[in-house]
Ligand binder design. Structure first.
Ligand code: PMP
Length: 443
């Protein structure tokens, strides 16, 4: 498999860049929060795949829901006002639980095309309002909004830009609120004030009448699990409203129980104009994303009869099997998984907090089952790990050998996003194996 992989499979992002290539690690099976390699080596998946298997592995009821749908009706297009029961019911269930007036659901295949779809809808919205000049978009440094050409441009991680000709000149960024490394310090009010200043001056530099929309993750995921101070997102959302700029909450990671409730926006007490979701929507069993659109936007892009004639869609928009899985996963979340996630998240955060005494640990942060430990070589100066001597990849490999899957970000941040089904033993294993890995890294 390693040879075949080397010869033929292109991996989305290889963490071997600049390191010796060891070969692919092949997983064979999984149950609950445990994954098993082809060799038989078992690991606790502290990252739920790629922050997506929120319900955990091996749920027979999800398999059954997919199989039933495949037998009855494996495919139905959503184009041309056709459809299937599962997609209609899932849209209704999601709208019912969404914050505020996010009552209209557009299904995609994942997060990147959910973000792309919002850009399409937003351009269409401003055209329909007679303001096509509102064509400039703002997002945040360290933000991640997908890997499509448009999404990679909204993303602000250098690896997704170099060599790709993005971002486009209509895609702008403001600094991340990053409390641990913010030039204004760690005080929440100061951080919020700085972001407001940054956004205002960006809007004014572009021209307030030119800005179409602003994108934010409630917690920045791929940038290193950066948790903004409480009240930050509300202050930013309110500023956007003042300028009539659409506000998009990208909940691809934070949605579906990752931070506790179904949506982080409800914790932050905001209602965005759009919300993008994917990952936990189907818990990674099948691909699907969902764009949530507010009444306010929908009423502009729909015609008087309530038809949305927007020329935008995918063959697999509102796929019946994905929708059937989405409905089943939603039942599981509400049948105890969200509750378990809150309990397990509290145990995880308390355990990670207790790592603060470790010589390599500079910061611990997170919310619910989404957390990070930032490693430094000097706690006072917050000096990042030297990536040449202590590459993130090596920490990842050590954790793997210790039976733990984590994410090791290139700037020395360890990311955690375990399945919500984790037992106390799973969480304790994550914590013990983390400490062991850190101790080995010190040696
Ligand atoms: N937005 C956010 C916030 C994400 O974290 C991701 C994926 N990590 C995406 C968009 C893109 O989702 P996908 O990989 O499913 O296309």
């Amino acid at each position: 498999l390693i040879e075949l992989d080397r010869a033929h499979l292109i991996h989305p992002v290889s963490s071997y860049r600049g390191h010796e290539k060891l070969g692919v690690r092949v997983l064979r099976s999984a149950k609950g929060a445990t994954v098993t390699e082809a060799s038989g080596h078992q690991l606790v998946d502290g990252f739920a795949g790629l922050w997506c298997v929120n319900a955990g592995y091996g749920h027979e009821s999800i398999v059954e829901a997919a199989a039933r749908q495949m037998r009855e009706l494996p495919y139905a297009t959503g184009y041309f006002d056709l459809g299937c029961e599962a997609a209609i019911r899932l849209a209704a269930e999601l709208a019912d639980r969404a914050p505020g007036d996010l009552n209209h659901i557009y299904f995609t295949l994942g997060g990147s095309d959910a973000v792309d779809s919002t850009v399409r809808f937003i351009r269409y919205y401003w055209h329909a309002k007679g303001k096509p000049e509102r064509d400039q978009f703002i997002s945040i440094e360290q933000g991640y909004h997908g890997s499509s050409t448009v999404g990679a441009g909204l993303t602000a991680l250098p690896g997704f830009h170099a060599g790709f000709g993005v971002p486009f000149d209509w895609q702008h960024k403001i600094p991340s609120p990053y409390p641990y490394r913010n030039p204004v310090g760690t005080n929440a009010d100061a951080i919020i004030a700085a972001s407001i200043r940054d956004l205002k001056s960006k809007i004014e530099a572009i021209g307030a009448e030119r800005v179409a929309a602003f994108y934010a993750e409630p917690i920045q995921g791929s940038g290193g699990v950066i948790v903004p101070p409480k009240g930050w997102i509300k202050a930013i959302r309110d500023l956007c409203s003042q300028y009539d700029i659409l506000f998009i909450a990208d909940e691809v990671i934070t949605g579906f129980g990752r931070t506790g409730p179904l949506f982080a926006c409800s914790q932050d007490e905001i209602v965005p104009d759009f919300m993008t979701t994917a990952k936990g929507l189907t818990s990674g069993y099948v691909p699907m994303g969902a764009v949530f659109m507010s009444d306010r936007v929908y009423n502009v892009i729909a015609d008087a009869a309530g038809n949305t004639a927007v020329g935008h869609g995918y063959t697999y928009s509102a796929h019946p099997v994905s929708a059937a899985v989405g409905l089943e996963v939603l039942k599981l979340y509400e049948g105890g998984l969200l509750e378990n996630g809150v309990k397990a998240g509290a145990r995880l955060m308390a355990g990670l907090e207790s790592l603060r005494d470790h010589p390599l640990v500079g910061d611990v942060r997170g919310r619910g089952m989404l957390a990070a430990v930032e490693l430094v070589v000097d706690k006072i100066k917050k000096t990042p790990l030297p990536s040449a001597a202590m590459p993130a990849r090596r920490i990842f490999d050590r954790a793997w050998e210790n039976g733990l899957v984590i994410r090791a970000f290139s700037h020395g941040v360890l990311g955690y996003a375990p399945p919500l089904c984790c037992t106390d033993d799973d969480i304790d294993a994550i914590l013990e194996r983390t400490r062991k890995t850190l101790d080995q890294t010190l040696e």
